[in-house]
Design a protein around this ligand. Structure first.
Ligand SMILES: [Cu+2]
Length: 130
C-alpha cells in the first residue's frame, strides 16, 4: 500500500476527532455543576430528635455552589426555620411550612451554624470556603 491510499482514512479520522471534541464540549456544558446545594427538612423531624436537616453539615465554595436551598418536606403540620446562631453573616428563613423553600447565597467565607427555632435538635453547619 502506498501513502496515498492512507490519505482518505486520515481525513475521516480528523473529522471524527473534531466531532468527538464538539460532543465532549457539549457534555461539559450539560454536566456543569449546579450552583445550588439542597438541604431537606425531612418528614417526621418535628417529632423525631434523631432527625435533622439533611445533610446536617455542608461544605461549599463561594465561586461554585454557595446558594443553599432548604425545602420543608415535613408533613407533620409544624413549621420549621433555618436561622443562624453564629457566622460571618446572618440569615433567617422565618417559619417554613410543608412545601416551602428558602434560599440564601453566602458570599462571605466562614463557618455558619444555624438551627430551627422551634426544634432544638435541628441544627446544621455550613462551611463556606473561598
Ligand atoms: Cu423545626
Amino acid at each position: 500500500m502506498s501513502i496515498e491510499e492512507y490519505a482518505p482514512d486520515r481525513k475521516v479520522l480528523g473529522v471524527l476527532i473534531v466531532v468527538g471534541l464538539i460532543l465532549a464540549a457539549g457534555m461539559l456544558l450539560v454536566l456543569q455543576p449546579s450552583t445550588e446545594v439542597n438541604v431537606k427538612i425531612p418528614d417526621g423531624v418535628s417529632s423525631s430528635p434523631t432527625l435533622s436537616f439533611q445533610p446536617r453539615n455542608l461544605s461549599v465554595k463561594v465561586s461554585l455552589n454557595n446558594t443553599i436551598v432548604w425545602t420543608d418536606s415535613d408533613t407533620g403540620g409544624q413549621a420549621h426555620t433555618a436561622t443562624t446562631t453564629s457566622g460571618p453573616s446572618k440569615f433567617d428563613s422565618g417559619p417554613l411550612n410543608e412545601g416551602d423553600q428558602f434560599s440564601v447565597t453566602l458570599t462571605v467565607a466562614g463557618t455558619y451554624r444555624y438551627h430551627c427555632i422551634f426544634h432544638s435538635w435541628m441544627i446544621g453547619t455550613i462551611s463556606v470556603n473561598p
